[in-house]
Design a protein around this ligand. Sequence first.
Ligand code: HAM
Length: 412
Amino acid sequence: MIKSVSGTQDILAENSFKWRAIENRIHDLMRLYNYKEVRTPIFEYTELFTRSIGEQTDIVSKEMYTFEDSGDRSLTLRPENTASVARMTIENNILRANPQTKFYYIGPMFRRERPQKGRYRQFHQFGIEAIGPKSAELDVETIMIAIRFFESFALKNITLKINSIGSKDTRDRYKEALKDFVRPQLDLYCEDCNKRFATNPLRILDCKKDAEKNKNAPHIIDFLEDSAKIYFDRIKELLIYNEINFEIDHSLVRGLDYYTDIVYEISSSDLGSQSALCGGGRYDYLFEEIGGQHTAAVGFACGLERLLLILEEIKYNFLQNSIDLFIASFDDDSRKYVSKLADKFRLNNVSVETDFLKKKVGKQLEYANKIEAKYVLVIGETEIKTGKANLKRMSDGFLQEIDLISAILPIL
Ligand code: HAM
């Protein structure tokens, strides 16, 4: 038997309505903030990701699904979507007419990580990218969107952590200071951190194993240039003004190289070790890394499987996937009549299910219960003759005679 690939999941029929509920929430929220949906291809030329995310990051160095097509071009299944949205914006010259551009997306991403709860090889992100202005108000808008999104599901136990990683120059100076701090005790650090020391020292800061040793590490915010410090202060001021709780996390550096200035993560203590629900920040140099002009931009992405894990845990009440009406029938005559009647109801926007297994009426009604039909009609000889039938409300058994000719479900 051929099974699904490790780290991928089927979204089964009994769960797809939850996805739709989340997606609908996203579309509604995005309208309020004037973000427009975009859909980019799920594969791109590999260089797009190596140049933006960074050669030394975990994503590029070991997690990408990369392959050559028959034209010998190296292609990669997108591990994230920020680089693709930037490519799309440049390629379609979008900023010329829209210097303040706001996009969002929902879709699958691919990373060859070790699968575990909350960590998959194909997972889905909802992300936003606000492109054009460098504005602390815009940075805070993106953070507020993420917070409002989680609040709309009544999530508790979420924490917003922010940090500023300044400019490339700041990071270069900081990397040296961090290496000076780590060097004397490097042999006490884990194997991964020993590698990171040479290739990507900032990542030493988010090693869980070495967190204790990093406690006294220098803070990157002490290396910020004055303008970056002022910018970060403004963001903090705006967050406080908007009553958004946050913590400053000096070890927050994010796993992608394109960030500058503000970086942030929202995590939930209701998730296990994969607690990051959402991550983002400003990335003002990404556009030029991939061949565009210097362009300011900020955004985030949330992992929807992780959100769903929490919603299931807190028994979130998704709108039921139930059907409005079940129509039971007795024999071939009534089945024929019902095929037309069901269609008339559907034209009146009523969702209808019927029986195709030729079960006894009693069994059909059991099935109606199982699929949580709100109303039931039983159609036999009399109902066909009179054009009238008793509509039963399943929640309390209330009966009301309705007219089958108009096929309208009364509001009961
Ligand atoms: P990221 O932190 O790599 O950022 O991913 C964002 C979110 O995607 C994570 O917080 C997590 O919820 C989810 N996620 C990541 N990897 C997995 C996985 N293997 N399984 C399940 N969920 C996962 C980005 O992707 C950036 N593009 C965000 C961004 C947008 N920055 C600026 N704009």
